[in-house]
Design a protein around this ligand. Structure first.
Ligand code: PMP
Length: 434
């Protein structure tokens, strides 16, 4: 039998719990020293056109802390050699460091085993790998793949290529005008020919955080697999692939303060084991003869050729860096930046924000009536402000809103409120010129 605490004691326990929560929040805020953080990123400390650089293009690619630059440098100056099958000291040390990053990536997304972490050159290659290899095994003529309307081209085109090859069909899961995915439509879109759903965790244009766990539950209830494009999510949210029960999860190191040319594909073992290799070459084989070839075990079956050794090793330093700050701290810091920027932008006449969902990451896309987004971006650059303009590799999303493109400001934990003030001030000056 469970013993009940007397009411007075219950209140006391609740008070203590409240105090602990308040102290933890204060400790979290105190531990985030923005000046110290910015010193870690040498590139941020410079002037562009004689004005301090404001880097708001973090959804395209983030900047690297000195710790990552040092790790890259150390690899080349101390222990660079080709990994695996190592018979000498340098190759052995490089192999250990490379495999150490695999363990760090496993831990970051809470994958069950290191075999489920496949290194690729980025989220794009991770998705292409699944579209090709999953398609080879699981997709037949007439099958259907559901892809959302807010996807980046790299989560649309690989599926179209596969659909063309296998004579399969792409079905679109639509969004509404606030940038919300119409998840309730899934039930009617799923048919007995649906094999896989490909959806982004966070939109790179709208910032919408999609309810991927719900999508996965709905899909699994009908025996359908799910690939989640986590390119925009892993740098901002704590991801737990086991908790999500996701079948495939793809992301890129360069969007998480790591080197470019490195990415990860996480996959469920039973699926990866059934899928054929994506590329042939060294390392992915077990034995080769002209009579036939047998393939290596996971993850090496999907890692043909010499990989980006130094990049993967330095990616380990980026994961350490992210985890040292803490993803909860990062998310709350970026939320503050987003809320402040949004409220200031909404004060500007004729400015429309695309993506107005509550659950958003630090991305704000907008247009100003009567001014081309490209002109806005180019002029902002002259004020030292780096934003992105264009279709953001999301043409179907642009078509939904009936536009050619937007201006996009995207924030990272190293950005500041003062930078947002500078951005808003510059934007007002640019608008006044037209
Ligand atoms: N998906 C999303 C949502 C993205 O934002 C991006 C990069 N802009 C990608 C996929 C592709 O990532 P990469 O170019 O690093 O392969």
């Amino acid at each position: 039998m469970k013993a009940e605490l007397p009411a007075k004691k219950k209140t006391k326990v609740r008070n203590i719990q409240t105090i602990i929560v308040i102290y933890s929040i204060i400790a979290l805020i105190m531990s985030f020293d923005i000046n110290k953080i910015r010193q870690d990123f040498p590139i941020l400390n410079q002037k562009i056109y004689n004005r301090p650089l404001v880097y708001f293009d973090n959804a395209a690619t983030t900047q690297r802390p000195q710790q990552v630059i040092d790790a890259l440098n150390r690899t080349y100056t101390e222990y660079y050699g080709n990994i695996h099958r190592a018979a000498h000291f340098l190759a052995d040390k490089a192999t250990l460091a490379y495999e150490d990053t695999r363990e760090k990536a496993r831990n970051l997304i809470n994958a069950e085993t290191r075999e489920q972490i496949i290194f690729t050159k980025g989220a794009t290659e991770s998705i292409n790998l699944v579209a090709f290899s999953y398609g080879e095994t699981f997709i037949q003529e007439g099958d259907e793949i559901i892809v959302s309307e807010m996807e980046h081209h790299s989560n649309i085109v690989p599926w179209q290529l596969m659909a063309e090859r296998k004579k399969a069909r792409i079905v679109m899961l639509p969004i509404d005008d606030t940038g919300r995915l119409l998840v309730e439509k899934l039930d009617s879109l799923i048919t007995d020919r649906t094999r896989i759903i490909a959806v982004t965790h966070i939109s790179n244009v709208l910032g919408t955080i999609n309810p991927v766990k719900l999508i996965i539950e709905k899909a699994h209830a009908r025996g359908i697999h799910v690939l989640v494009d986590g390119a925009q999510a892993v740098p901002h949210l704590k991801i737990d692939v086991q908790e999500l029960d996701v079948d495939f999860y793809a992301f890129s190191a360069h969007k998480m303060y790591g080197p470019n040319g490195v990415g990860v594909l996480y996959g469920k073992k039973e699926l990866l084991n059934k899928m054929p290799p994506y590329q042939g070459g060294g390392e992915m084989i077990s034995e080769v003869s002209f009579a036939g070839t047998t393939y290596n075990e996971l993850p090496y079956k999907f890692e043909a050729g010499t990989p980006n050794i130094s990049g993967v090793i330095a990616f380990g330093a980026a994961i350490d860096y992210l985890q040292n700050i803490g993803l909860e701290t990062i998310a709350s810091r970026e939320n503050e930046l987003l809320n402040y920027a949004t409220s200031e932008l909404l004060k500007i006449n004729g400015l429309r924000i695309y993506g107005t969902q509550q659950e958003k990451s630090g991305v704000v896309s907008f247009n100003v009536e009567g001014i081309h987004f490209f002109d806005l971006g180019t002029m902002l650059d002259k004020f030292g402000i780096a934003v992105r303009t264009g279709h953001h590799c999301a043409d179907p999303l642009m078509a939904h809103f009936g536009i050619q493109g937007t201006v996009r400001a995207s924030f990272a934990f190293y950005n500041t409120m003062e930078e947002i003030d500078r951005f808003i001030d510059a934007l007002k000056k640019v608008i006044a010129m037209f």
